[in-house]
Design a protein around this ligand. Structure first.
Ligand SMILES: *Cc1c(COP(=O)(O)O)cnc(C)c1O
Length: 362
């Protein structure tokens, strides 16, 4: 079986975790600080704030920019559920925006029509590892005085306009779940260049604690979203390997681009470098393709089988102009592209995908 995702954990991660266990300091401590420093350096921001997951990073990010009850947050209708849930954690309203059929990402032209007096933030998702079209998004945000908070859970090491995802926007939120381009087991990170936002996030991550003499002053309602040093130790080692991991993902993707036939391959913005968290094709003949993949023991994923606005607790936020995300849910199919694939895997995947269309009657 060729799995759709596989975390690559080696002796380096094992040794690092062991050192933390032996140190006796297993909660948030020096390894977490080191990981934050290195991640900020990698992304190119002044600050990085480690959290317990991508979901809590999103929550923390929204709280830091002051999202509260009654506010609206514009986000793509085509994403993982956590994107839409995070404004709800703040009692704010998710406003679903349709996506571009080629990039799968939020459509900047459609954002404009959704801006109201209540809009507090735009939350683009860099889906499958490709940056959303940030230039027009930043321009809209600037014009209307709203924040941009990116969901970079799938885009470690992706670039846009020569800059690393995570380094533009007010805030960006990463996930280190085991299927992502790098992992800490569970874990997340908020990156920002804004000192005020960073300080807010640091405080809210730790029960709203303020920097005082005794350390037990709590200025507001906060949470415990602190990363452990066990997770951070894994993250430090994974971060060292991330450039190589991404290089292999891009090479695998190139192989598919060169060899797949009869399906629509991923479109990459001319000014972007894709991190291929997923290699997602489009096919009107998806069911037949899936049959063939199953028969040949090739893992696959449907990200995502339904648009966000169709979930029961999100239906009340739906509106009419969400046709593209709806149609994508019927056509997208993600193939294994991760760095654990070997050459024979790539060849087999191509053969099976192409075969499904060369012989549609068999
Ligand atoms: C994985 C993911 C998240 C959530 O991250 P967790 O670490 O699983 O909480 C949020 N948004 C997107 C787009 C994701 O892919």
């Amino acid at each position: 079986m060729i799995p759709i995702a596989k975390p690559l954990l080696g002796n380096e991660e094992k040794a690092a975790v062991l050192r933390v266990l032996e140190s006796g300091m297993i909660a948030s401590g020096p390894r977490t600080e080191e990981f934050e420093k290195k991640f900020a350096e990698f992304v190119g921001t002044k600050y990085a704030i480690a959290t317990t997951s991508g979901t809590t990073a999103l929550h923390l990010g929204l709280l830091s920019i002051g999202v509260k009850k009654g506010d609206e947050v514009i986000l793509p209708d085509f994403s993982f559920i956590a994107t839409a849930n995070s404004p709800l954690f703040c009692e704010a309203t998710p406003v679903f925006c349709d996506v571009d059929l080629r990039t799968f990402n939020i459509d900047p032209d459609k954002i404009k029509k959704l801006i109201t007096k209540k809009t507090k933030a735009i939350m683009p998702v860099h889906l499958y590892g490709q940056a959303a079209d940030m230039k027009p998004i930043s321009e809209i945000a600037e014009k209307h005085g709203v924040h941009v908070i990116g969901d970079a859970a799938q885009a470690h090491g992706a670039t846009y306009g020569g800059k690393m995802v995570g380094s533009f926007d007010d805030l960006e939120c990463f996930s280190f779940y085991p299927t992502k381009n790098m992992t800490t087991s569970e874990g997340g990170m908020v990156t920002t260049n804004n000192v005020e936002l960073a300080e807010k996030a640091i405080s809210l991550r730790n029960h709203g604690r303020e920097k005082t003499k005794w350390g037990y002053e709590h200025g507001c309602l906060g949470y415990n979203y602190r990363m452990t040093d066990i997770a951070a130790a894994i993250g430090i080692e994974q971060l060292k390997k991330l450039p190589k991991f991404n290089e292999i993902r891009r090479r695998n993707a190139q192989y598919f681009n060169d060899h797949l036939a009869g399906v629509e391959i991923p479109y990459v913005l001319p000014n972007a470098q894709h991190a291929y968290h997923q290699y997602t094709i489009k096919s009107k003949n998806r069911d037949a393709l899936i049959e063939n993949l199953k028969k040949n023991e090739i893992g696959f994923g449907i990200y995502y089988p339904q648009p966000l606005h169709s979930y029961k607790h999100l239906k009340k936020y739906a509106h009419n102009d969400l046709k593209n995300s709806e149609s994508l849910t019927n056509e997208v199919l993600s193939l294994p592209v991760h760095p654990a694939l070997i050459e024979q895997d790539l060849e087999k995947i191509v053969k099976v995908v192409n075969g499904a269309f060369q012989h549609p009657c068999k």
